[in-house]
Ligand binder design. Structure first.
Ligand code: AMP
Length: 213
């Protein structure tokens, strides 16, 4: 099954995609994770992407379409994949459609994670990530046992550079202007399902499981 998880930053689509991927063995393809890995490796792509990410802007369509195209050609994507954070513009959605048609495949389902902007801001400003193992925490909803230290590996917890309030506000604007139009794009193609992403991760996962089975 090929699915797209669509939602504003902080809507929990990444957490749910990871969980679903662990349970089903279907890989999660996150363009955000791929871009951050490129930044850490110091590659040319990473250097280019960092400026956009730190500013809360989208990386150009051609760059992310190519990242996804290369990744989906790998053997583990044969049974399907979960696209997390891609597409984020109508141009990317069209690029994806073309790419899948070229491979003789098609998109099975798009899941929209629906949640209010106020809830998103609270989630994002409190989010902390382990620099060593990428485990995620929240200073209020899911604190680590020792402040600033990862429970699983002892690594240091940091706030993502694009999770500051000013950058979050920019990312919300980008979502409203460039990504939200994908809701009607996919509705017209009869592949869209909407889930309530404001509830606990367990309840979101329950909605997701009943949808995808
Ligand atoms: P995420 O981890 O999905 O919130 O992505 C973090 C940042 O990476 C975004 O704010 C964008 O700057 C960039 N990014 C991730 N995915 C995409 C995409 N599909 N198109 C353009 N930029 C992206």
């Amino acid at each position: 099954m090929i699915s797209v998880f669509l939602g504003a930053p902080g809507s929990g689509k990444g957490t749910q995609a990871k969980k679903l991927s662990t349970k089903t063995g279907i890989p999660q393809l996150s363009t955000g994770d791929m871009l951050r890995a490129a930044i850490s490796s110091g590659s040319e792509l990473g250097v280019r992407a960092k400026g956009f990410i730190d500013n809360g802007q989208l990386v150009p369509d051609d760059v992310v379409i190519e990242l996804i195209r290369e990744r989906t050609l790998q053997a583990d994507c044969k049974p399907g994949f979960i696209l997390d954070g891609f597409p984020r513009t109508v141009g990317q959605a069209q690029g994806l459609e073309k790419m899948l048609a070229g491979l003789g495949r098609r998109l099975d389902r798009v899941v929209l994670f629906s949640i209010s902007e106020d809830a998103l801001i609270e989630r994002l400003t409190g989010r902390r990530t382990c620099t060593a193992c990428s485990a995620m925490y929240h200073i209020r909803f899911q604190p680590s046992r020792v402040e600033g230290v990862c429970d699983s590996c002892g690594g240091t917890l940091v706030q993502r550079s694009d999770d500051s309030l000013s950058v979050i506000q920019k990312r919300m604007n980008v979502f409203r202007d460039q990504t939200a139009p994908l809701e009607s794009y996919y509705k017209e193609r009869h592949v869209l399902s909407v889930i309530d992403a404001s509830v606990s991760p367990e309840l979101v996962y329950n909605q997701l499981s009943s949808l995808l089975h």
